[in-house]
Design a protein around this ligand. Structure first.
Ligand code: TYD
Ligand code: MG
Length: 459
């Protein structure tokens, strides 16, 4: 039989029977390449064996063992939370993030905890020598002997090591440095990344070894290499944060074994990453008091409420086009809210520059941030501070209406816990928490429209 060649797109992984200048699926140009022999073989999980499945290999769901009890505690509760309660045996986890954000540090710390809890761990670094890893480890603390290190980039010898050692967990410090000898392109190229991940995926599933892969992030903010890397793995975590600030957030963007809206919060210290168990206090630390344009809001990150400070600076523009910037939130959303305020509250922003900043280096996209942006802009525009110890949350619609948000009670509780006295919130949310019979030691003010802000008595 004639061996048919297969082509695939290096951007989206789409397979084609003949070459094309433009990928019909993702419409990118010059991304279609011919697959090599080894890739065709590797494309099936079982290494391309064409054995027919027997009847005894079919199972009903109730015959399959539940995986639930097979989660391993990582010893880092913020990491457990993002993983959905610990490491699932045989899972492949991708950890992405900017260079220098702390990916290697986080995973080395996890290795330390795992080894201490009796698991055997193999840490493979293709980026650092053993001495460099040792230097980093010395900053983190004492390690026990169940952690093994190799500094290697050749995947075949790494695989040999894995089969020989049979560890519970393997860390691959950066997939972009790994290469397979039978794939003739440079390490970090799309076909190498695809093939090495494929091999690791097979080992993870067949040997039930949990594998963590570190992936570099491109300028656009996605893991370098094909998008399909994210499709291949079970869990994708992003480690983000401003490398100038010490605050780091681990966010799940895909998780086959848990929810993706949980985050883990860390702080980079001189002896490794430290968990931040109370992010609100951390985010509000050093906040100015009684200043116009500064407002505290309560957002939900997964199941956790978090207080954050939103700042607005509104000043006369000296250009034809007023300048607008948004740090830590969506720029377009800010523009939209300013348009709503101009129309509904009669403010004249057209001659004003406006800057919005979510302090603390957090990125917040929760729509309940809207009302706090509006309040901060109003306070900044009028140059009057909001009453002290006030929190504000609510979604704002195009007619200026303030809409209900989820989990209002949890947000109010967090504010009470931190000693807040007033809370401006959507009237509908207030009605809901009142009907639930909550008793709060805080002055709750429900508003229906942003026009009611000025008469809230808090300016
Ligand atoms: P690293 O884990 O090497 O980042 P990545 O693997 O994501 O590229 O983190 C490196 C940064 O963290 C570096 O700038 C130094 C800093 N760091 C500390 O501040 N404290 C520490 O204890 C360690 C180990 C690193
Ligand atoms: Mg690193």
């Amino acid at each position: 039989m004639k061996n048919k060649s297969v082509f695939y797109c290096t951007e989206c992984g789409n397979e084609l029977s003949k070459w094309a200048g433009q990928c019909p699926a993702c419409k990118k140009w010059n991304t279609v390449v011919e697959a090599t022999e080894s890739m065709k073989k590797a494309s099936s999980l079982k290494g391309g064996s064409q054995r027919p499945l027997k009847k005894s290999e079919r199972h009903t769901l109730s015959q399959v063992d539940s995986e639930d009890e097979r989660r391993t505690d990582t010893g880092i509760s913020e990491l457990n939370r993002v993983l959905g309660g610990g490491i699932v045996k045989g899972s492949l986890v991708l950890v992405g993030g900017d260079p220098g954000i702390g990916k290697s540090t986080l995973l080395l710390q996890m290795c330390r905890e795992l080894a201490e809890r009796g698991s055997s761990v193999l840490y493979v670094s293709g980026e650092e020598s053993l001495r460099q890893i040792k230097l980093r480890a010395d900053r983190i603390g004492q390690f026990c002997d169940r952690l093994m290190l190799i500094s290697e980039t050749d995947l075949d010898s790494i695989v040999e090591n894995i089969y020989e050692m049979k560890p519970d967990t393997v860390i691959i410090d950066s997939i972009q440095t790994m290469c397979r000898a039978d794939v003739d392109s440079a390490a970090g190229s799309i076909s190498q990344v695809r093939e090495t991940t494929q091999t690791l995926l097979r080992i993870a599933k067949e040997e039930e070894i949990s594998i963590f892969i570190i992936g570099h992030v491109t300028k656009e903010g996605t893991v370098a290499g094909p998008r399909m890397l994210e499709h291949m793995v079970d869990t994708v975590l992003y480690f983000e944060g401003d490398s100038n600030s010490l605050f780091r957030v681990l966010r799940g963007v895909k998780n086959r074994f848990g929810s993706t809206n949980e985050i883990g919060v860390f702080e980079m210290c001189k002896n490794g990453l430290r968990e931040v168990l109370n992010p609100s206090e951390h985010l509000l630390c050093g906040m100015p008091e009684n200043e116009p344009g500064s407002v505290v809001t309560a957002v939900m990150e997964g199941t956790r409420p978090m207080l954050a400070e939103v700042q607005a600076l509104v000043c006369q523009t000296s250009f034809n086009m007023p300048r607008r910037t948004a740090a830590g939130t969506d720029y377009n959303r800010m523009n939209l809210l300013m348009a709503v305020m101009e129309k509904r509250m009669g403010l004249r922003f057209s001659s004003c520059d406006a800057y919005i900043n979510v302090a603390g280096g957090m990125k917040i996209i929760d729509p309940s941030l809207d009302l706090s942006i509006v309040t901060a802009l109003y306070s900044g525009y009028k140059n009057v501070p909001l009453a002290e110890k006030t929190i504000v949350f609510g979604e704002v619609g195009l007619t200026g209406e303030v809409r209900a948000v989820s989990q209002a009670a949890a947000r109010v509780n967090e504010a009470c816990k931190l000693g807040y006295k007033n809370c401006i919130m959507p009237k509908t949310s207030l009605d809901i928490i009142k009907s639930e019979g909550g008793n709060y030691s805080i002055n709750l003010i429900g508003i229906r429209n942003i026009c009611e802000l000025s008469s809230s008595g808090l300016f």
